[in-house]
Design a protein around this ligand. Structure first.
Ligand SMILES: Cc1cc2nc3c(=O)[nH]c(=O)nc-3n(C[C@H](O)[C@H](O)[C@H](O)COP(=O)(O)OP(=O)(O)OC[C@H]3O[C@@H](n4cnc5c(N)ncnc54)[C@H](O)[C@@H]3O)c2cc1C
Length: 599
C-alpha cells in the first residue's frame, strides 16, 4: 500500500549468520529456527496460531530492544512486538519479521503516593492487579488475568469497571517506547504528544513499548457475581437482562452470555459439559445497594447465583476465561442496538462448536470522551459481541470460523460500521476501528508516516503509514496545474486520508466538517511516476475514494486509490457527475449534523 513497505527480498539478505551475530549482542535470548527451544519461543498464547518469524528475540532490557530495532532497520527486517500472543490471530504473516517477545520484562512498581503504576511491557494483568490491591487500588483490567497489560491497553482496554471508569487506554499517564530509528522515548502529554495520543488506542504500529504508566484508583466497595440459568431459557433471560441493563446506573458493567462448558477435566463437575445462559455483572457500590440492583435478575429464579461483596482481585476470575494458553478462533462486532430480534438471532446461532458467546453492555464512561484522551476516545455503540470456540486442529478451526461467521451474519442488521480493536481477531482495515465522523484514522496514519514511514512494526491491526504525495506530482496533472500553492498543499494533505470499503457512501468528515469523501466509480487519470494516464474505476474496485474539496462552490475533485496509493485526477465528465451528486451529498452532510463549509 505504501511505497515504503518492506520487501521480503530484503530479508533474504539478512541471512542466518547475521542473526547469529545479533544473538551475541543481546543480554536476553535470540532463538532461531532449528534451535531446540524454537517451538517454545515462537508459540503464542493462542495455540491455534502458527507463528513463523525469522527469529524470536526474548528481550530483557530497553537496550536489547534498541539493538534488535537497529539491527532490523539496517537489514530491512520488520519487528513484531508481542507480550503474550492473546491477539496473535490477527497478526500478518511474520515473513521477514523478528518476533520481539517482552515476556521477560514483567516488573511492576506501584507508587501509592502518586496513585500510579509503572508496568513493564511483558506484565500480565494479574501481575498488576494483586500488588495494586494490596496497596488499596484497582486498575482497569479486563476479563482475563493473563492478558498482557500493554497489548490490551494499546487497543483500548474494556474491563469490568469500563462503564464507571472508562477505557484503560485513557488511564495511561506515560509510555516508554523504542521508535523505528532505535530512539528510546518517554511519551506523555508534554513529550511527543502526537505519538502519546496515537499509542493510546492505535495499537502496536508506532514502536516497541517497553513500559507503560497507568493511573490507579482507590479501591471502591465492589459487588459482583454471575447468575446461571438452563440454556433453554436463553432468549427470555437475555431479553430481561437487556431490559435491566438499560435501567441500571453507570456503576454497573454487565455481560449477557451463553456458555457451552467443554467436557474437560479442568472444568468443575457441576458445569462440565453443560450449557447455560449467564449474566455477569460488577457494581461499584455497597452490598446492600448491589442486592437491590440485582433483585430483578433474581426474580428470574437462576439455577446458581454467586453475587456477593468481593475483593478487587476476584474480578479477574468472574468471566471464567481459560487460565492457560488454548487454541481458539473467535471474532467480535459492535451492535448499534440490541432489540429482541437481535437477541433471537444471537441465541439461534449460539451453538457448538462455539463455546462462549457474549454481549457486553457499553455506554457509561465509554460513551463520553475522557479528558485528554488518546486515539480511542469513546466506544460509541451500545453493545459489543464476541463469539469464540476451541480450535485444536485446522478442521475444527474451519468449523468454528464458519460458526462465528453465522453469528455475525445473524447480527449484521444491527452491526455498527466500526468494530472494536481488541475483539477483532481477524485483521480489519484500520479505518473500521475508529469513528467515521472523526479524523482519528487519518491522524494516526500521518503520525505513523512521521515515526515509522517504512512500516517496520507489525501490529495485529496495522495503521498504514499515510502516503506522502508531493505537490509537484499533483501539479503535473493538467487539472491541478494552475492551483495556487496553498491549495496544492491542502490537496497533498488530503491525499491518502480515507481508506474504506467500496460502496460506502460517506467516508469521513474532518473535524471542521469541511471535507467529505464519497465512493465513486468512473474514468480517472492516475498520476504515476510517468505522469497522468487514464484508468477506469469500477464498482467494487479498490480504487474509488473521491474527496471533494469544497472551495467556494467550485469543485476541486480528487480521487485517492487504495491500492496502490496514488493520486487520481478526474476528467471533466467526472466532475459533471459529481456536481449532480452535490444535493445528495449535502443532505448526507446535514444528516451528520454538519454544514457544508465555504472557504
Ligand atoms: C481470553 C481473552 C480475554 C480477553 N478479554 C478482554 C477484555 O476483557 N477486554 C478487552 O478489551 N480485550 C480483551 N481481550 C482482547 C485482548 O485485549 C487483545 O487480544 C490484546 O491484543 C491482548 O494483548 P496481549 O499483549 O496479551 O497480546 P499480544 O498478542 O501479545 O499483543 C497484541 C498486539 O499488541 C501489540 N503489542 C503488544 N505488546 C506490545 C509492545 N510491547 N509494544 C508494542 N506493541 C505491542 C502488538 O501489536 C500485538 O500484535 C481478551 C482476549 C482474550 C484471548
Amino acid at each position: 500500500m505504501t511505497g515504503g513497505a518492506r520487501s521480503p527480498d530484503l530479508v533474504d539478505r539478512a541471512g542466518t549468520g547475521d542473526l547469529h551475530a545479533l544473538r551475541g549482542r543481546l543480554t536476553g535470548g535470540l532463538v532461531l529456527p532449528g534451535d531446540a527451544d524454537w517451538d517454545d519461543a515462537r508459540r503464542a498464547w493462542n495455540l491455534a496460531v502458527d507463528q513463523r518469524p525469522v527469529a524470536v528475540a526474548l528481550v530483557e532490557s530497553v537496550e536489547d530492544v534498541v539493538k534488535v530495532v537497529e539491527f532490523a532497520g539496517e537489514r530491512g527486517l520488520r519487528i513484531a512486538p508481542q507480550g503474550t500472543g492473546h491477539g496473535a490471530s490477527a497478526l500478518a504473516v511474520l515473513d521477514g519479521s523478528i518476533l520481539v517477545k517482552t515476556s521477560r520484562l514483567r516488573g511492576v512498581e506501584i507508587d501509592a503516593g502518586a496513585a500510579r503504576a509503572r508496568i513493564e511491557a511483558g506484565a500480565l494483568w494479574e501481575d498488576v492487579v494483586v500488588p495494586a490491591a494490596e496497596q488499596g487500588f484497582v486498575v482497569l483490567h479486563g476479563s482475563s488475568p493473563d492478558v498482557g497489560v500493554v497489548g490490551y491497553t494499546l487497543g483500548g482496554g474494556m474491563g469490568w469497571l469500563a462503564r464507571s471508569r472508562g477505557l484503560a487506554a485513557n488511564s495511561v499517564t506515560a509510555v516508554e517506547l523504542v521508535t523505528s530509528e532505535g530512539r528510546f522515548v518517554r511519551l506523555d502529554s508534554g513529550n511527543e504528544p502526537d505519538l502519546f495520543w496515537a499509542v493510546r488506542g492505535g495499537g502496536g504500529s508506532f514502536g516497541v513499548v517497553t513500559a507503560i504508566e497507568l493511573e490507579l484508583y482507590p479501591t471502591p466497595e465492589l459487588f459482583a457475581g454471575a447468575m446461571f440459568w438452563p440454556l433453554e431459557r436463553a432468549g427470555e433471560v437475555l431479553r430481561s437482562w437487556r431490559g435491566w441493563a438499560e435501567t441500571v446506573p453507570h456503576e454497573v458493567t454487565s455481560v449477557g452470555r451463553i456458555l457451552h462448558f467443554p467436557p474437560l477435566p479442568d472444568v468443575p463437575e457441576p458445569m462440565r459439559g453443560q450449557s447455560f445462559v449467564i449474566v455477569e455483572a460488577v457494581f461499584v457500590g455497597s452490598e446492600a445497594d448491589g442486592n437491590a440492583l440485582v433483585a430483578p435478575l433474581r426474580e428470574l429464579d437462576p439455577a446458581a447465583d454467586t453475587f456477593a461483596a468481593v475483593e478487587p482481585t476476584a474480578l479477574q476470575h468472574l468471566h471464567m476465561d481459560p487460565p492457560q494458553p488454548v487454541p481458539g478462533v473467535g471474532d467480535g462486532l459492535f451492535l448499534e442496538r440490541l432489540p429482541d430480534e437481535a437477541i433471537g438471532a444471537f441465541v439461534q446461532n449460539a451453538v457448538p462448536p462455539l463455546i462462549s458467546l457474549e454481549i457486553r453492555q457499553l455506554g457509561g464512561a465509554m460513551a463520553s470522551s475522557a479528558q485528554h484522551h488518546g486515539a480511542v476516545g469513546t466506544l460509541d455503540a451500545e453493545y459489543v459481541m464476541f463469539a469464540v470456540g476451541m480450535a485444536p486442529n485446522p478442521e475444527i478451526a474451519a468449523a468454528v470460523h464458519e460458526a462465528v461467521d453465522r453469528v455475525k451474519a445473524g447480527l449484521a442488521p444491527w452491526e455498527s460500521a466500526r468494530t472494536y480493536f481488541n475483539f477483532a481477531e481477524r485483521q480489519v482495515g484500520g479505518a473500521r476501528l475508529y469513528p467515521l465522523k472523526t479524523y482519528t484514522f487519518q491522524r494516526l496514519r500521518k503520525i505513523r508516516a512521521t515515526h515509522d514511514p517504512a512500516e517496520m512494526f507489525v501490529s495485529n491491526h496495522p495503521i498504514p503509514s499515510a502516503a506522502v504525495i508531493d505537490t509537484a506530482r499533483i501539479a503535473s496533472a493538467p487539472l491541478f496545474a494552475n492551483l495556487p500553492t496553498a491549495e496544492l498543499e491542502e490537496l497533498a494533505g488530503a491525499m491518502g486520508e480515507a481508506e474504506v470499503d467500496a460502496g460506502t457512501e460517506i467516508i469521513t468528515v474532518d473535524e471542521s466538517g469541511s471535507t467529505v469523501y464519497l465512493i465513486e466509480a468512473g474514468e480517472a487519470e492516475v498520476i504515476g511516476a510517468g505522469g497522468p494516464s487514464p484508468m477506469a474505476l469500477g464498482t467494487g474496485d479498490t480504487f474509488g475514494e473521491i474527496g471533494l474539496l469544497l472551495t467556494e462552490g467550485k469543485r476541486t475533485a480528487t480521487v485517492v486509490a487504495r491500492t496502490p496509493m496514488q493520486l487520481l485526477a478526474l476528467s471533466e465528465p467526472d466532475f459533471e457527475r459529481i456536481r449532480q451528486k452535490i444535493p445528495e451529498f449535502e443532505r448526507s452532510l446535514r444528516s451528520l449534523g454538519l454544514e457544508r463549509s465555504s472557504r
